[in-house]
Design a protein around this ligand. Structure first.
Ligand code: ACO
Length: 323
């Protein structure tokens, strides 16, 4: 039986940092309000010309270097993004080209903040089917370009960045002790469209539009839905919360992360939190957090890691990995 083994990860953040103090000069807000409600202190913002594919290429290069692989070893590129460079061609093909890969398949996938979990689940299914051998799964976003910078309720929450992992199909023994992607759980429900959306697009206004959100509603929904997909993942893999080494959730808000972890009985010291430095980078937030925890030595080989996310749609999901 084939398994998708994690070969490496990497990330990239644009150099420009926007602090809460900087935001105080732009909208009626305060560092104190933002930190208390969200845990965010600063975020990175892409410069002109630093498009989503540019960030994605940098993250992918770092992931390939970490895996000790060449671009030509990759036969599948999946890019999760809601902020593509163009309506088409896909950001994935731009990343593929930027890396110098001219074979295999590349496509984008859009599940907003759940995009990376959807991308990982999709690439995993390609690899375990035997159709592809090595996949780059990239989460890359420039949400700064779809924010209404006059709306204090949303513009303080998001940032730009990219992260990537390399998956490789390998023979597994078929038990939960094996390495790799153990289980993925994906869900969506389009009834919640109006809670979190972008008010534009080629089929509606013909403009790019801006992000709109009912923050309280999203908050309420987030914690409950996270519980379901995480509990289902544990049951399917035949492990318990006590076996978990690290919980790497989508980084939207420290309060959502801590409330979810508390409900699941995951101790605070097992949480990987980067939202304080990155803000919410949507599909990029999980691979950015994974890479931070790999690089500082927290996530080690053999560790059991739970990823989970919820985003616009709503979409939500989880992925349980053994690194
Ligand atoms: N600075 C100062 N005051 C603000 C700001 C700001 N940046 N934003 C809103 N306020 C004000 C509001 O105007 C309101 O004022 P009023 O009482 O005079 O009307 C007051 O603060 C409270 O506003 P709420 O929106 O009710 O504040 P809440 O406590 O719900 O916090 C927040 C808002 C942080 C957005 C919260 O609802 C939240 O975390 N929601 C989760 C949504 C989220 O994280 N989404 C990310 C994208 S979704 C995802 O990734 C899954």
């Amino acid at each position: 039986r084939l398994r998708s083994i994690l070969r490496g990860c990497g990330s990239y953040l644009p150099p420009r940092v926007l602090t809460n103090k900087d935001l105080e000069a732009m909208v009626a807000t305060s560092d104190e309000w933002i930190v208390q409600r969200t845990g965010i202190r600063e975020r990175h913002i892409a410069a002109e010309g630093e498009t989503t594919s540019v960030l994605g290429i940098r993250a992918a290069e770092a992931a390939l270097a970490d895996a000790g692989l060449e671009a030509g070893d990759i036969d599948l590129v999946v890019c999760a993004t809601s902020t593509p460079d163009y309506t088409f061609p896909s950001t994935a093909t731009q990343i593929q080209h930027g890396l110098g890969i001219h074979g295999g398949a590349a496509f984008d996938l859009q599940a907003v903040c759940t995009g990376f979990v959807y991308g990982l689940a999709t690439a995993d299914k390609f690899l375990v089917s035997g159709s592809h051998k090595r996949a780059l799964v990239v989460g890359a976003e420039t949400f700064s370009r779809i924010l209404d910078w006059t709306d204090r309720g949303t513009c303080v929450l998001f940032g730009d960045g990219a992260g990537a992992v390399v998956l490789e199909a390998a023979e597994g023994r078929g038990t939960s002790a094996d390495r790799g992607v153990l289980t993925t759980q994906l869900r969506s429900d389009g009834r919640y469209r109006d809670k979190l959306y972008v008010d534009g697009g080629p089929g509606s206004t013909g403009t790019t539009g801006h992000l709109r959100m009912e923050g309280r509603e999203v908050f309420k929904f987030a914690v409950g839905k996270v519980m379901d997909v995480v509990t289902e993942a544990f049951a399917e893999a035949g492990v318990t919360v006590d076996d978990l080494s690290w919980f790497v959730p989508h980084q939207a808000n420290r309060r959502i992360i801590e409330a979810s972890a508390d409900k699941l009985g995951i101790p605070r010291e097992k949480l990987v939190i980067t939202v304080d430095r990155h803000g919410n980078t949507s599909a990029a937030s999980i691979p950015l957090a994974l890479d931070a925890a790999r690089r500082d030595g927290r996530i080690k080989e053999g560790d059991l890691v739970m990823l989970e996310a919820i985003g616009g749609g709503f979409t939500w999901g989880s992925a349980l990995l053994r690194w």
